[in-house]
Write a protein that binds this ligand. Structure first.
Ligand SMILES: C[S@@+](CC[C@H](N)C(=O)[O-])C[C@H]1O[C@@H](n2cnc3c(N)ncnc32)[C@H](O)[C@@H]1O
Length: 323
């Protein structure tokens, strides 16, 4: 268990989040179990080998920029680069850390630029980011003035990547926990804003996911839901026969109208489609920090309007809604 988890658990005593804090130690132990995750010990070794450097400059408002020239020597900079590289592939970012530019598969900053203008201000808010990956957006939420940001993601590689960034930022109320959404206690009614970005289509039961998100929110709180959508009539939802854009864990891709109806059915109000965007090769691509296939290889080589399986090419929607 990383040290800062204890600070979080202590801070949550006697708050609306105490029921979650009570079960966190057990959940964290399971989510970071070296028996379950054979590579985890190696990733932690890279994390603990990161040089200790004080960062004189941190900007989380315009991106994730850490460190200024003069904070460390070229040798230390190289050591930082090499330990960060031990955690390749890096999917969500980019991060700029003491001279290393982690050029991630995704330009997650572009997604943030599409989301931010449409959401309620995060200043002094308690925020949950479900399926946060490396925690890129958690840092941007904190950069917008959130009082506390909790990210959750069941992938321990991403959790360790988050720890690597936190190593350079230090003790701030931003935490990523190795926990899937299903494990969050029900009926917390505790968060002002809850984000679920890129998760809904990975869930077998979209209604259960929307209900779980609703249950974490205070009444009047805002849900920010970003997911894959397809064109089609009201009520339609694509259920890929096998894979979708080479992903084998995609269950439901609704039309925007269908998704709005799902949110309404689950009791949300003020439901708004605030952004629709077709993913470009510039936004999702192979880089030195993610050397596997990416969007270009996931599409039909002769017709880029279709996925390799013949489905419509990925298009993503951002919805906001109020509990
Ligand atoms: C497509 S990525 C999205 C990352 C980030 N939210 C973004 O929008 O860039 C989906 C993430 O959801 C996580 N995930 C998958 N199943 C989940 C679950 N049941 N609960 C929480 N996160 C989940 C994955 O590990 C992955 O990091």
């Amino acid at each position: 268990m990383f040290e800062h988890y204890q600070d979080l658990i202590t801070d949550l005593q006697n708050t609306d989040l105490q029921p979650w804090a009570d079960v966190m130690p057990e959940q964290i132990a399971s989510g970071l179990s070296e028996q379950r995750f054979g590579d985890l010990a190696g990733w932690k070794k890279a994390l603990y080998a990161l040089p200790k450097v004080s960062s004189t400059f941190i900007d989380l408002k315009n991106g994730v920029f850490i460190g200024e020239n003069g904070d460390c020597s070229p040798q230390i900079q190289q050591e930082i680069h090499d330990r960060l590289a031990d955690l390749i592939p890096w999917r969500k970012g980019p991060f700029h850390i003491h001279g290393t530019h982690i050029d991630t598969e995704w330009r997650s900053d572009w997604k943030w630029d599409r989301v931010l203008p449409h959401i309620l201000p995060l200043k002094n808010k308690t925020v949950l980011d479900v399926g946060c990956g490396s925690g890129y957006h958690c840092w941007r939420m904190y950069g917008e003035g959130a009082k506390r940001v909790i990210g959750i993601d069941p992938s321990p590689r991403f959790v360790v990547q988050f720890e690597m960034i936190k190593h350079f930022i230090g003790k701030v109320p931003v935490h990523v926990l190795p926990i899937p959404m299903e494990a969050v206690p029900s009926e917390l009614n505790a968060f002002d804003t809850v984000f679920s970005m890129g998760v809904l289509y990975h869930r077998r039961s979209p209604f259960d996911h929307i209900k779980e998100l609703r249950d974490t929110l205070k009444t009047g709180g805002q849900l920010v839901l970003e997911t894959l959508v397809v064109d089609g009539e009201f009520g339609y939802s694509l259920v890929p026969e096998k894979r979708y854009a080479m992903m084998n864990n995609v269950w439901f891709i609704p039309t925007p109208e269908t998704l709005a109806a799902w949110l309404k059915k689950m009791g949300f109000k003020s439901i708004e489609l605030v952004d629709l965007n077709e993913t470009s090769f510039e936004e999702q691509h192979q880089t030195e920090w993610m050397k596997f296939h990416s969007l270009e290889q996931f599409l039909d080589p002769n017709d880029h309007s279709k996925t390799a399986e013949g489905y419509p090419r990925p298009k993503r929607a951002v919805f906001t809604a109020i509990k």
